[in-house]
Design a protein around this ligand. Structure first.
Ligand SMILES: Cc1cc2nc3c(=O)[nH]c(=O)nc-3n(C[C@H](O)[C@H](O)[C@H](O)COP(=O)(O)OP(=O)(O)OC[C@H]3O[C@@H](n4cnc5c(N)ncnc54)[C@H](O)[C@@H]3O)c2cc1C
Length: 365
């Protein structure tokens, strides 16, 4: 069987590894000259968003034989709002490196591959669909979904970021919410190690020309004085798709509408959907059905996003106070209850009543 994979990010690599485990050696096309983005970053695998799973890394190993080393477990998150600071401790997830270093997840996974990646090749998934039995689109954007008329919602953000030098706790991330500089986005600081961290400001639905001014405001208002070793800007697409398979074309990760529109998290879903695409192809299974729960999770996060968009700084303060009250904190962060899944329909109902003109995507069966 001939399979082409477009993109050697987490989704594409997870798919390739799953196919290889089943004796199929795919052709992998990557437009860059090596795996990983040239600018390194730290991503968070947040346990809370994957409940009832207790440990995402163990899940990936046990269910998909996907193994990689994180930078560190995440044991503390500090949340800053316009007028308060709140801390959460526990087994909150993992910090994972992205980029081109040997610690980066793409590099770790690509080392396990036996198939050769064809670098510097901007692939056209439509042309490949005529040549191969299956094409897996793992491009990290919505171009194919739009082209195939399966893009349902699109939510975009500009990200300004920096690699900063200073002293950091390697198992702790900070997150900043303040509409004065982030709109309904946020900023976050996550360490690579004790001396180096990635600082990101993620502003949804904003013109690129405003990002600099908002970054300066963020640095000033939060009194951030780290030495900056690198500064960059990125564009991020999130959004849902109505389907994840069209004929012999399977969409994974961000291309399959699986990166959430609330916090922009999508690493876990990219890995799982990539592996599921490989399994579906090898065993003739129904990929659409296999990825339904990932899609419903992304759908649910869209409800959170729409609700969050209606909040002002005072509301965000109250929300953060509420979710960090001792009893509530214990239930949210230190049990494996699917709080997100439980809150989603309640939020949807409440905000539909308050904002009848807003549209909410409902979970699909
Ligand atoms: C700044 C930032 C911070 C983030 N933080 C987090 C986080 O903390 N936690 C989290 O869970 N998620 C986070 N995300 C989201 C996460 O990175 C994505 O959900 C994840 O990378 C999606 O994986 P993917 O394989 O679908 O796409 P990608 O990782 O984008 O990989 C796509 C690959 O395809 C290649 N490609 C694209 N088009 C073509 C083509 N036509 N031909 C050949 N190759 C092509 C690209 O070069 C790239 O290598 C963050 C995203 C950004 C931008």
């Amino acid at each position: 069987m001939r399979v082409a994979i477009v993109g050697a990010g987490p989704g594409g690599l997870a798919c390739a590894l799953e196919l290889e485990r089943r004796g199929i050696y795919p052709d992998i096309f990557e437009r860059s000259s090596q795996v990983g983005h040239p600018i390194p970053r730290v991503e968070v695998l947040l346990q809370l968003f994957e409940h009832p799973l207790r440990n995402q890394l163990r899940y990936l190993v046990e269910n998909h034989a996907l193994e990689f080393q994180p930078l560190s477990p995440l044991r503390r998150v500090v949340m800053y709002t316009s007028s308060r600071t709140a801390k959460v401790r526990g087994n909150l997830g993992f910090l994972v490196e992205r980029g081109q270093s040997k610690e980066a997840i793409e590099v770790q996974l690509s080392r396990k591959l036996r198939s050769r990646i064809k670098f510097d090749l901007e692939a056209d998934y439509r042309a490949l669909a005529g040549e191969y039995d299956f094409v897996v689109v793992a491009e990290g954007n919505h171009l194919a979904a739009r082209d195939l008329h399966v893009l349902e919602t699109s939510y975009n953000a500009w990200i300004k970021g920096a690699i900063v030098l200073g002293r950091f706790a390697p198992d702790s991330s900070s997150i900043y919410f303040n509409t004065d500089y982030a709109g309904h986005g946020f900023a976050c600081l996550s360490p690579f190690n004790r001396n180096r961290a990635a600082l990101l400001l993620i502003v949804p639905e904003v013109e690129r020309s405003r990002v600099n001014e908002l970054w300066n405001r963020f640095m000033e208002m939060e009194n951030i004085k780290y030495e900056i070793s690198h500064i960059f800007e990125l564009y991020q697409s999130t959004g849902l798709t109505t389907r994840r398979q069209v004929d012999n074309i399977l969409l994974t990760g961000t291309s399959g509408g699986l990166t959430d529109s609330f916090l922009g998290l999508g690493l876990f879903a990219a890995l799982v959907s990539g592996a599921l695409a490989g399994r579906a192809i090898a065993e003739g299974l129904n990929y659409e059905r296999m990825t339904m729960s990932l899609s419903n999770q992304a759908r649910c996060m869209t409800v959170f996003r729409r609700a969050f968009n209606t909040l002002d700084n005072g509301d965000i303060d109250r929300l953060v106070s509420a979710i960090t009250l001792p009893g509530i904190k214990q239930v949210i962060y230190n049990t494996n209850l699917n709080i997100i899944g439980m809150l989603c329909p309640l939020l949807e109902k409440r905000f539909k009543k308050q904002h009848p003109s807003l549209q909410y995507p409902s979970p699909r069966k």
